[in-house]
Design a protein around this ligand. Sequence first.
Ligand code: ATP
Ligand code: MG
Length: 365
Amino acid sequence: MSSLLCMESNDVRMIGIHGIAGIGKTTLAKGIYNQIAHQFEGASFLSNVAEVKEHRGSLKLQRQLLADILGEKIARISNIDEGISLIKKTLCSRKVLIILDDVSALTQLEFLAGSRHWFGSGSRIIITSRNKHLLDVLEVDGLYEVQKLKSEEAFKLFSLYAFEADHDDGFWELSGRALNYCDGLPLAVKVVGGYLRNKTELEWEDELLKLTTVGQITVQYVLRLSYDRLEHTEKDLFLDIACFFRGKDSDSVGRILDSCNFSAIGMKVLKDCSFISILDNKIEMHGLMQQMEWEIIRRESPGQPGQRSRLWNPEDVHAVLTQKTEKILRIPGLAVLRMSNKAVNPPKDEGCRGRNEEFFEEGRK
Ligand SMILES: Nc1ncnc2c1ncn2[C@@H]1O[C@H](COP(=O)(O)OP(=O)(O)OP(=O)(O)O)[C@@H](O)[C@H]1O
Ligand SMILES: [Mg+2]
């Protein structure tokens, strides 16, 4: 990777990192960022670029990019073109490091890093993507494919999660079988390891037998399998976190969940299984997990959002609350989200109590 970065060169270089879902692109990009950011006049790590869909989200990313590099809050940017001009004007004479993590379309780059000419000499722009073709079209100066974990690395990582130690003398053969199914995918290794922790040898055998019923393993399959094995209340908690609390402050989420009689044990189970993690007091969850959870809820009622157990998409919330075409009384969780210039207010319906009120309170903050 260091040869691709070619730090001694004064050119502006764009480097692409690609690989399948869950292989470690973001992890690698973070590692590089932490190692070299101090060598630049400013640096910014923009996460989950692909998740930004709307105009407002694009403006937010432009503001974050400028704020990270200038080290100060940026006043309003009223439209994307204004943001582009500001980025060009501010960064063309600065040596910067910019990481654009998880880019899925060229349009996502047009408003953040439309050309190498936007940045001062010596700048490095690192783009991670699952889509190699996108990086080819961009004609990046260097391309790096993240490889699956080698068996010793996978074993070390697995042991950390399955045994809370570097290695365990027992379970050798069983560990090897578990790792076969993880196929060197770090996310799968962590989830399977976490899931098998504290289980007996017989339980391991049982779980591994279930894995053998499928031919090809994918990280999505491993995640789903581990999700299916959770207790009912843990599943509920996980779904709530995926829909409403990803990236939120863990203390305030804890307070909300306490008032809804969710036990702290559930949170611990989700953490132990690597479904969630707490970083800087924020609840984090891998994007693939969130997508899996969203799909579970969408399938409850594909055509009728009002019949689902949770609503988080602003369009769905707005449609259900304003058109009154469907009853909202059975929806235990609703997200209050501000859509363009209109806010969606909590329903006045007397029957809509309990967890909704807590979520609305959270949404107002
Ligand atoms: N080399 C590694 N050693 C230990 N853990 C790793 C390693 N690489 C990745 N992981 C872990 O695997 C999980 C997935 O990694 P990461 O999020 O970087 O994947 P990704 O390729 O960015 O996935 P996506 O395409 O979904 O964005 C994370 O929990 C991360 O901590
Ligand atoms: Mg990633």
